[in-house]
Design a protein around this ligand. Structure first.
Ligand code: SER
Length: 319
């Protein structure tokens, strides 16, 4: 088996995906890359800025990987604050990684797209894969372009690209940075730390979500499945459940009676309002066996279990 390169490995999903890949295939098979230097990965780590085309080409020609998981990206809220950076990282960075992967003979390009490819003209509920995609955020625009670019290269037979449109991903290990769905993690962390929480979205804003173990499983699963079953390529909707901040508050109150949430929306409300409330994951279920294990209640219980020790140690959790 050839080696696997992971970009954005120090991010919310990257840290957990690298751990899973190391235990599944062995640390010698995984090369984690990202900005910065410090990691506690068992595998080799290489400092890499995906916008630096020469460095991207250097590592791909040295490693000649079989698969790349391209996770480096700027999320929605940060992308609206820094649209140039989002454009550069999400678009130019992805083009660099795709080109380097193709030129080094990499077989598979796996990447997370997002529910942000949808926009205000998309139907709100149980949104199909093949529907109106007219995003209004820089994050959504760049990710939609990357879906289509990767699919184009796939159709031409240059690389086997696969992508999943992730919803809000909830996790306890590495805080996300600059997303709109991050409120859910912040609210759970606040409840466990017995702090009040001020939510930046309205109480009734429904968004699709998924727990990290299911996101990691989905990425691994789509990277391993044979091509013959795939009718779609880079645009699979995947989601495990959907809820509103009010519903999450109610669930947390079952565990922490007295937990207080106030609602004060900010600019992120407009981003959330442009996204679907729920998506239809049936293409992913039928074509490659997407089958999330965690519902909202199990997710909340597991988050609490994992966050409690951190709170006791005083590492409670500013995100
Ligand atoms: N979690 C992402 C964000 O909020 C959505 O894909 O930006």
């Amino acid at each position: 088996m050839k080696q696997i390169i992971v970009t954005g490995s120090r991010g919310q999903i990257g840290t957990e995906l690298v751990t899973e890949l190391c235990s599944r295939y062995g640390p010698e098979k995984v090369i984690a890359t990202d900005l910065g230097t410090h990691t506690d990965f068992k595998c080799e780590f290489v400092e890499l800025d995906v916008t630096d085309r020469t460095s991207v080409f250097n590592i791909f020609s040295r490693v000649s990987p079989g698969t790349v998981f391209h996770l480096a990206g700027v999320l929605s809220a940060r992308g609206e604050e820094q649209p140039e950076t989002a454009f550069n990282v999400n678009l130019n960075g992805t083009k660099n990684v795709l080109d380097a992967a193709i030129s080094s003979g990499t077989e598979r390009f796996i990447f997370p797209s997002t529910i942000a490819v949808f926009g205000p003209h998309t139907p709100k509920k149980n949104v199909a894969v093949d529907t109106i995609t007219r995003p209004v955020t820089m994050y959504g625009i760049t990710k939609l372009f990357c879906e289509q670019l990767a699919e184009y290269y796939s159709r031409k037979g240059m690389i086997d690209a696969r992508g999943i449109r992730l919803p809000g991903i909830i996790s306890h290990r590495t805080p996300p940075g600059g997303g709109t769905t991050d409120y859910a993690i912040d609210m759970i962390r606040s409840a466990v730390a017995r702090r009040k929480y001020t939510c930046f979205l309205k109480k009734d804003t429904r968004l699709p979500m998924m727990y990290m173990p299911d996101a990691v499983n989905a990425l691994v699963k789509i990277s391993e499945v044979g091509s013959s079953s795939l009718l779609h390529r880079t645009d699979f909707n995947v989601s495990a459940f959907d809820f509103t901040p009010g519903e999450l508050e109610t669930e947390l109150l079952r565990h922490f009676p007295g937990f207080e949430v106030t609602y004060r929306q900010d600019a992120r409300q407009a981003i959330a309002d442009s996204w679907p409330a729920s998506v239809d994951s049936s293409c992913a279920e039928h074509e490659w066996g997407f089958a999330p294990q965690f519902d909202m209640q199990r997710m909340v219980s597991d988050m609490i279990l994992n966050l409690r020790p951190l709170v006791k140690e005083g590492r409670s959790a500013q995100t």
